[in-house]
Design a binder for this molecule. Structure first.
Ligand SMILES: *[C@@H]1O[C@H](CO)[C@@H](O)[C@H](O)[C@H]1NC(C)=O
Ligand SMILES: *[C@@H]1O[C@H](CO)[C@@H](O)[C@H](O)[C@H]1NC(C)=O
Ligand SMILES: *[C@@H]1O[C@H](CO)[C@@H](O)[C@H](O)[C@H]1NC(C)=O
Ligand SMILES: *[C@@H]1O[C@H](CO)[C@@H](O)[C@H](O)[C@H]1NC(C)=O
Ligand SMILES: *[C@@H]1O[C@H](CO)[C@@H](O)[C@H](O)[C@H]1NC(C)=O
Length: 231
């Protein structure tokens, strides 16, 4: 009688961290596709009392670096864009010479840490509206990039309700965390299942081996049993 020994190779599940690594690389990819990015911060609006002095924040960032970056600030006055100021930044860290077209405006960012914020003094109700921070980097075929900041001029300062922003932010964060946890758990479960299956198959092979030796002639066991195939 011939005893067939088959070494069962269980399918190898991917390591549980593979999903996470993939997610990370996708995130990095998204991050770096935008060569130049203008940002007015996490809260793109400000409510200020007339007569006060405010900073309109803006920073730029670029994966590929900048050279002769053109930027300006524009004010949307009833649909027509008015230039507030403009300049060209030769390279990172250089303080640019900024042309200012509007009164009570000062360039305060000084290009320190890519900061191109401006200061608006003694604001009036006419100053309220949309301000666009615009940038164009010749290094990336003159593509236009911009970010919009809203200035709301009020008589008296009300308490700004940030609850909704916080709720949305935590909901998005929670969803991402849940998804990552779910993927990890799924991979872990598959891994454990595969391990259990492997154990089961080992048991089957062992018991069939015992069955065969019981049927065979005692003593001839060593002769009739071929060496197990190894892979
Ligand atoms: C703001 O505007 C109100 C109403 O026009 C005026 O009474 C007040 O004096 C102004 N405040 C400042 C600081 O200019
Ligand atoms: C802006 O537009 C409104 C109507 O759309 C008009 O009444 C107002 O005079 C305009 N203001 C300026 C500064 O052009
Ligand atoms: C802002 O108002 C104050 C007091 O009215 C004045 O001294 C100052 O020069 C004004 N600033 C600008 C930039 O106009
Ligand atoms: C940009 O510069 C202004 C003025 O120096 C400062 O108040 C602001 O915090 C800076 N913003 C960032 C993001 O560094
Ligand atoms: C970028 O903006 C300028 C105006 O500032 C416009 O003339 C040009 O066509 C825009 N280029 C692209 C690629 O959108």
């Amino acid at each position: 009688m011939e005893v067939q020994w088959v070494v069962v190779q269980p399918p190898r599940p991917g390591p549980p961290h593979a999903a996470m690594a993939l997610t990370l690389s996708i995130l990095m990819g998204v991050w770096c596709t935008q060569a130049l990015e203008m940002s007015v911060g996490k809260i793109p609006f400000l409510e200020a009392v007339n007569g006060s002095t405010v900073i309109l924040p803006c920073t730029y960032s670029s994966c590929i670096g900048i050279k002769n970056l053109y930027f300006n600030w524009q004010f949307n006055d009833n649909g027509t864009m008015q230039r507030v100021c403009e300049s060209v930044i030769a390279s990172e860290g250089v303080v640019p010479d900024v042309h200012i077209f509007r009164e009570r405006v000062e360039f305060v960012g000084k290009n320190r840490d890519n900061n191109i914020s401006i200061l608006l003094s003694n604001i009036t109700f006419e100053d309220g509206g949309q301000y666009t921070c615009f940038g164009r980097n010749p290094k990336e075929k003159d593509r236009n990039h911009s970010a919009v900041f809203n200035l709301i001029v009020v008589d008296e300062l009300r308490v700004v309700d940030n609850t909704l922003t916080i709720i949305i932010a935590s909901a998005v964060g929670g969803a991402i965390a849940f998804l990552m946890g779910f993927m990890l758990l799924k991979n872990l479960t598959l891994f454990v299942l595969a391990k259990m299956e492997e154990k089961n198959k080992e048991c089957l092979v062992t018991s069939s081996g015992i069955d065969n030796t019981e049927n065979g002639v005692p003593g001839s066991k060593a002769d009739s049993k071929p060496t197990p195939k190894k892979k």
